[in-house]
Design a protein around this ligand. Structure first.
Ligand code: MEV
Length: 429
């Protein structure tokens, strides 16, 4: 084995055949042959494991797993596994990570992994009195939850605090909400929090005389935030006929659109989630939970807007920042059951859920930059369509040795359509 070289810049990776890419990962000490076989063997998920994951299983359904290159997060190089069906996502993240690297990479921070569990308390005579009683008994209520997960407690997690919120206007009249703040350490945390909420309910009923209805985690995990920043040297943004200043200003203008308009913000944030979901999926995390939290967070000021911000610093360089709730774990759920997810986590080489969140939010920022840079210059279709052409070629029935030639022909003809691809294929017969 060659000496370990954990640099995430691997020249020419994109152009290598798949087997050679895998060989490089082994040679450089990122993964073993066995790890990689985990991804092949039955599509990374043996049927007997699949069958125990959900109900009524009749098979499996695979997506490609690609590696985003060039990422440097808090000074550490990392290869990022991404599972996604959309072409150009992995390439876009890798390219923008390369630009960010020229400005020192990504600086990211994850807060403590504190999740919120909600309890809805109904049938109260007086909400303010109930609120006072809950706050008065807060320490006892929290102490009663200490044994929900003793392992979490030993690791410094577990119940942290209770907060009370009054809902005055609702379709069923006023009621009270209790928020249980619960530190879930390296888990995503839904199970621990839901268990704790259910345990807390009878004690709350006893203290308030009310009726606890819902007891469930909130996906608006705004106590578990992850943020990333990067600075792109303005000269690194220049390409073709575009100056660095033009690209920078175009990106800031594009961001301003998303920050002021919800229609654009939805698409802008979707681009961010292209990167975030792909890493969540690769690591066996609940991407719907993070999606829900991200979009709710984007609307926290009363209207839905951009999750990221782009500006220029005092030297004229482009500065980006992304912040969102990021409930992703490295233990529990599918993360340790799915062999492919285990391999993905090994590749990331993270020790805590916070470290994983820091990488994921950096990927989201890179993905956002890739989209804005394309939109602010040549438009999204140019890069997209050439990758799309490959998929069209395959869908039209091209044999392995015909794919490259047919892809090139579709692009040259500027007709990336399945009917045209079929026409070309039959003209080659
Ligand atoms: C496509 O999957 C994502 C984009 O639409 C994001 C954006 O518009 O910012 C390109």
């Amino acid at each position: 084995m060659e000496k370990e070289n954990k640099n995430s810049r691997i020249k020419g990776f994109y152009d290598l055949p798949l087997e050679k890419r895998r060989q490089i990962l082994i040679e450089r000490g990122f993964l073993t042959l066995n790890d990689l076989e985990n991804l092949d063997r039955e599509g990374g998920l043996p049927l007997d494991i699949a069958e125990n994951m959900i109900e009524n299983v009749i098979g499996r359904f695979s997506f490609p797993l690609g590696i985003a290159l060039n990422f440097q997060v808090n000074g550490r190089d990392v290869l990022v596994p991404m599972v996604v069906e959309e072409p150009s996502v992995v390439a876009g993240a890798s390219f923008m990570a390369k630009l960010a690297r020229e400005g020192g990479g990504f600086t990211a921070h994850a807060s403590d992994p504190v999740m919120i569990g909600q309890l809805q308390v109904l049938d109260l005579d007086d909400l303010t009195t109930a609120e006072g009683l809950i706050l008065k008994h807060k320490d006892d209520l929290l102490a009663g939850l200490k044994d929900v997960d003793p392992v979490l407690n030993d690791l410094g997690g577990g119940p942290q605090d209770l907060e009370v919120r009054l809902i005055i206007n609702s379709a069923i009249g006023p009621f009270l909400i209790v928020h249980l703040l619960f530190d879930v350490r390296d888990a995503m945390g839904a199970n621990a929090v839901n268990t704790a909420c259910e345990k807390l309910a009878p004690a709350l009923e006893e203290i308030t005389g009310g009726r606890v209805h819902l007891r469930i985690l909130s996906n608006l995990a705004d106590r578990r935030l992850a943020a990333a920043e990067c600075t792109i040297p303005v000269e690194s943004l220049a390409f073709d006929e575009y100056s660095g200043e033009q690209v920078r200003d175009g990106i800031i203008e594009a961001w301003a659109f998303a920050d002021a308009d919800s229609y654009r913000a939805a698409t802008h944030n979707k681009g961010i989630m292209n990167g975030i979901d792909a890493v969540l999926l690769a690591t066996g995390n609940d991407w719907r939970a993070v999606e829900a939290g991200a979009h709710a967070y984007a609307a926290r000021f009363g209207f839905y807007r951009s999750l990221s911000t782009w500006s220029q610093d005092q030297n004229g360089n482009l500065k980006g920042r992304l912040e969102l709730p990021l409930a992703a774990g490295i233990i529990g759920g599918a993360t340790r059951v799915h062999p492919g997810a285990k391999t993905a986590l090994k590749l990331l080489d993270v020790k805590t859920a916070g470290e994983l969140a820091e990488i994921i939010v950096s990927v989201g920022l890179a993905q956002n930059l890739a989209a804005l840079r394309a939109l602010a210059t040549d438009g999204i279709q140019q890069g997209h369509m050439s990758l799309h052409a490959r998929q069209v070629a395959i869908a039209a029935g091209a044999e392995a040795e015909q794919i490259n030639k047919l892809t090139a022909q579709l692009i040259e003809d500027n007709k990336i359509r399945i009917d045209h691809a079929k026409e070309i294929l039959s003209s080659w017969k």
